[in-house]
Design a protein around this ligand. Structure first.
Ligand code: APR
Length: 225
């Protein structure tokens, strides 16, 4: 199983009530991402950005894991790697231990001055000092548009060594994650997409349906349960 790399997106947490970004009524239909998900937006109005992430953190804390998170935790325990674009902690709350959060985490704070990170309070506010350098500004530990995703070396190494790459609940609209399927194909891996509908990615196989129903079935198939 240690040759399986799973990439998850907002679709894996959609049935936990966290919504997605680009579906009908998605987050980016309600907020201007330039104002709440870019360094420029944070510099211009940090209070607005904190309010946006405080609301998402509250939703994530009130959400329940779903059967897809639980099945993926079982697959990880058998050796698979989970890379997620999601910033919620539902994979962890379902028991996953080594999830790579390439877009950061709602439950962590980052000091923009010294790079220190620590667990986030329920609500963040403007002007909180960094406990490490007493500077700041402190910000949600989220990778914003225009910033470099985390752990890319580890992810590329895993893609180059994988035999099966599985994209679950992601539209494949945002790079570099959207390019992982091509990296896996170059490495000779089989590729599988699990989603409500087919996206534009070049996958060898597709399983269409809601993640909480089809992911546990697929994991059972893989684990030979
Ligand atoms: N089961 C499976 N797939 C689902 C479900 C579901 N219940 N509900 C929605 N989906 C699928 C949609 O069909 C879509 O392909 O999840 C995908 C959600 O796509 P996006 O909203 O674009 O979310 P995502 O791909 O995770 O976005 C990537 O963009 O805004 C940035 O940083 C943000 O991490 C995010 C990145």
């Amino acid at each position: 199983m240690d040759r399986i790399v799973v990439l998850t997106g907002a679709g894996v947490s959609a049935e936990s009530g966290l919504g997605t970004f680009r579906d009908k009524d998605g987050l980016w239909t309600k907020y201007d991402l330039a104002e709440v998900a870019t360094p420029e937006g944070f510099a211009a109005d940090p209070a607005k950005v904190h309010a946006f992430y405080n609301a998402r953190r509250k939703n994530a804390l009130e959400a329940e894991v779903n059967a897809a998170h639980e099945a993926l935790a079982r697959l990880e325990a058998a050796g698979a790697l989970i890379v997620t674009q999601n910033v919620d902690n539902l994979h962890e709350r379902a028991g996953a231990k080594g999830v790579i959060h390439m877009h950061g985490e709602l439950m962590r704070v980052l000091c923009a001055a010294c790079g220190a990170t620590w667990d986030a309070p329920r609500e963040m506010a403007v002007g909180e000092a960094c406990p490490n350098c007493d500077g700041g500004p402190t910000r949600p530990d989220i990778v914003w548009f225009g910033e470099i995703p985390y752990h890319m070396e580890r992810i590329v190494d895993a893609l180059e060594a994988c035999e099966l790459f599985v994209a679950i609940g992601t539209s494949g609209e945002v790079y570099p994650a959207a390019g992982f399927v091509e990296e896996a194909r170059r490495a000779g891996a089989q590729t599988l997409e699990i989603n409500l509908e087919a996206t534009g990615g070049r996958f060898d196989r597709r399983i269409l349906g809601p993640a909480s129903a089809v992911v546990p079935q697929w994991v059972d198939e893989v684990l030979g349960a």
